[in-house]
Write a protein that binds this ligand. Sequence first.
Ligand SMILES: Nc1ncnc2c1ncn2[C@@H]1O[C@H](COP(=O)(O)OP(=O)(O)OP(=O)(O)O)[C@@H](O)[C@H]1O
Ligand SMILES: [Mg+2]
Length: 293
Amino acid sequence: MLVVNHVSKSYGKFEALKDINLEFSNGVYGLLAPNGAGKTTLIKMLTTLIFPSKGEILYNGTNITRLGEKYRELLGYLPQEFGYYKNYSPKQFLEYIGALKGMDKKVLEKRIDDLLKLVALEDVATKKMKKFSGGMIQRVGIAQAMLNDPKILILDEPTAGLDPKERVRFRNLLSELARDRIVILSTHIVSDVESIANEIIMIKDKQVLYKGSIDEICKIIAGMVYETSIPYEQAAMFKKEVFSLSEKQEDGLLKIRFISKKAPEPTWTAVKPNLEDVFLYVYRDDIQESSAP
Ligand SMILES: Nc1ncnc2c1ncn2[C@@H]1O[C@H](COP(=O)(O)OP(=O)(O)OP(=O)(O)O)[C@@H](O)[C@H]1O
Ligand SMILES: [Mg+2]
């Protein structure tokens, strides 16, 4: 069990995170927040690359700084900016990382073969990575993070640059991996955590705003989400009264999905909230595209 206990982090005078409290046991955790919210800051503390200004992080009751190398041996990490050598093949690259980790050569070779199969790169195992797609590179990144069969796997924005097909494959891979380890991934893309994360952590204003299952988090706006269709001329006026979540054209009308706290009109249909609705609503002032009610 990994426990974050009253952790704050400042960069000079700027406080990036404030009094973070979290607990992780086996399963997939989705750290979901817009750009600049502090996801990487939290992840770097969990990987001992930087240290909390206040508070502590414990693994099975011991401070991870005190565990030092013992803790890092349990850790697999894919950084947001994953550096690889484009003239290497995946196999060469993994051999190189394994050597840095001081892994036994025989164990390493077997592990590399297994991992390349797991991430479906066995056919290109000896091909130079320079012609690889973003998704293929990310899979090499996941394989390198998995080399030491980590008990804690931490992935910072692992789905950036993946196409929709690669995303699906990636989600399946992660749920497979999470059976017997802690998997923590950060993203600002709701759909990437929606189907795999057991638990969602949302950070806002430097703090953990919500932590819970998707169903629990969606309850926040239960009974407030509706859909209705209106003529285009009324759209501007209508959107002053409600918080628009999404809009599309349908049969010459504007079909709008929105949040309203007022008693519903007869023409409104109540709908079940989803995580995307919560995300848009919670970060309405932080995300540029959305308009405030
Ligand atoms: N080394 C640093 N020195 C000063 N400020 C920093 C440093 N690293 C991050 N910050 C600031 O801390 C805040 C949180 O940054 P962080 O990178 O953790 O966010 P993030 O959620 O990972 O964002 P993104 O989605 O863009 O990766 C931001 O305001 C950022 O500018
Ligand atoms: Mg980041």
